[in-house]
Design a protein around this ligand. Sequence first.
Ligand code: IPE
Length: 256
Amino acid sequence: MILIKLGGSVITDKSQFKKFDNERAKRLCREIAESGKPVIIVHGAGSFGHVLAKKYSIQNGLVNRDQIPAAAQVHHDAMELGLLMTQTLINSGIPAASVAPGSCFVMEDGRIVPDNLEAIKSLYDMGIMPVTFGDVVMDRVNGFGIVSGDQMMEIMADIYKPERVIFVSDIDGLYTANPKTNPDAELIPEFDTETLKDVSSESNVDDVTGGVRGKMEAMLRICDEGRDCVLVNGTVPGRLLSLLRGEDVVCTVARM
Ligand code: IPE
């Protein structure tokens, strides 16, 4: 089984509040279906989550009651994106069910704790892909917090032990600096804990969950004996499909 995260930057237009990129999501789901590989998908929130979450500091937990309507709205918007994604998967021939992380996990001071995994496990056993996503989740200590799609990837990797893990983003891979602002930035085809030390910690300011470096750290945590973790550009048609077919593509691979 291959675990795939479709980043918010590929399935939404991050510059426009709550703008689903229907065409791109459709194409990526078609590529996954065409590969014929068994997969589990996690997705990010993109402009359905980060804009409002940042404005009301939802990731810092409950500090004032004005955040409560915003937390409810961010959760609602994340679920709306979840439904758009599962409809796209079903239309591509992949039976899928959107599962809000808060229905099977809680948080304990920012740490994700399984609460009731029966529903996602039985969906999977039945051949319906449980699709989780970045969302607002209740926290026993902080009231609430944000669980990112990357954190869900770690949890799903733990539960399902995939043979490969793929992060689909809007960049070709990991760069020595931010390729969007620095023309000297170079693509790193492969990295491990040592190489990560030289990577700029500059992150996307609209992102409440850590930006590119945070993703790389999560990727390394997910790597295991015989399991690599790949970052690939989903804005380039066919690249995800080639990767799923085992072909050589432009990407960054994290290894233990
Ligand atoms: C963010 O999830 C969740 C919310 C802000 C509600 P992610 O951090 O996984 O989303 P992307 O992939 O960066 O958009």
